[in-house]
Structure formats: structure tokens, C-alpha cells
Design a protein around this ligand. Structure first.
Ligand SMILES: [Fe+2]
Ligand SMILES: [Fe+2]
Length: 156
């Protein structure tokens, strides 16, 4: 987490961070439910993750990713992040929580999700502070609103 650079105070980054926390809470619950044999709960947590992530990813990909990808310096950093979104979406949509192999895939995916989030919170988001113009931020904010219809930004 970047507590130092101030990016938490620039909209819409203060939205992305609690979205990450909500998803990692669900993913931790999912793994604990699998470990405890509560497959119904595991399924619900995974479904909730998928819903939260669909909106979160739309906000990122059409917002901060899109504007930062225009800079070659960042494009190569962002492309794998988008691939990771797709891989996790595929897993969440197809996983069979009763299957031991899939259970292991979920455990691995949860670890990889933590790494993914670190690449955003400790890498991309701090870099965006220096890289983005006011117009870029406007585009990023508009993408967040498109991804969360009717929702208010917590920083508004
Ligand atoms: Fe992401
Ligand atoms: Fe993210």
C-alpha cells in the first residue's frame, strides 16, 4: 500500500483501494470456506468476487489503464494486468468449488490477486500521480462512474 505518496487522496484512486479490500475479504472468506468444507459459502463468495471485480475492472480498464496505456513507458506494465483480469474472470466463471484441483486453483489465484493488487497500489497508482493530466483524471473519473452506475464517489 502506498501510504506515502498521496495517491490515496486523488480521485478515483480512493475508490479503487476499498474495492480491492472488499474483493480480498471475499477471496479470504472463499478459501476459508473451502478449507472448512462449506462449499455453499465458497460458491457465494466467489460469485460476489466476480460481481465486484467486473465493475472494478471496468473502472480500471476504461479509466486509469486506458489513459496510462497511451504512454509507452506504462503500456508494457499494464498489458499483463489486463491479462490477469481475464484469467481470474475465467476461473471465477468456471470453477467447480467441489473439485480439489479447482480448489487449489482458487488458492493460487487468491495469492496471485494479492500480487496483482500490489502491482497497482505500489506501482501503477503512485506512477499515475506524476503521469496523468487533469483531462486524464476527468476521463478516469468518468470511467469509474460508467462502471458504477448511480454510485457516488466516496471522495465527493
Ligand atoms: Fe486490476
Ligand atoms: Fe485493481
Amino acid at each position: 500500500m502506498c501510504h506515502y505518496c498521496g495517491c490515496r487522496h486523488i480521485s478515483p484512486i480512493p475508490e479503487y483501494i476499498p474495492e480491492h479490500e472488499q474483493v480480498t475479504n471475499r477471496s479470504g472468506d472463499a478459501v476459508r470456506a473451502i478449507d472448512g468444507g462449506d462449499l455453499g459459502k465458497a460458491r457465494r463468495c466467489i460469485q460476489e468476487m466476480a460481481v465486484l471485480l467486473a465493475a472494478h475492472w471496468q473502472g480500471e480498464e476504461n479509466g486509469i489503464f486506458r489513459v496510462m496505456q497511451r504512454d509507452e513507458e506504462f503500456a508494457g506494465y499494464i498489458a499483463p494486468l489486463i491479462e490477469e483480469h481475464r484469467e481470474l474472470a475465467e476461473l471465477l466463471a468456471t470453477v467447480d468449488v467441489g473439485d480439489p484441483t479447482d480448489q487449489q486453483r482458487i488458492r493460487l489465484a487468491v495469492t496471485e490477486l494479492d500480487e496483482h493488487i500490489s502491482k497497482e497500489e505500489d506501482g501503477l497508482f503512485p506512477a499515475s500521480l506524476i503521469a496523468l493530466s487533469g483531462r486524464d483524471w476527468d476521463e478516469t473519473i468518468a470511467a469509474w462512474h460508467d462502471a458504477h452506475p448511480g454510485a457516488e464517489m466516496s471522495s465527493d
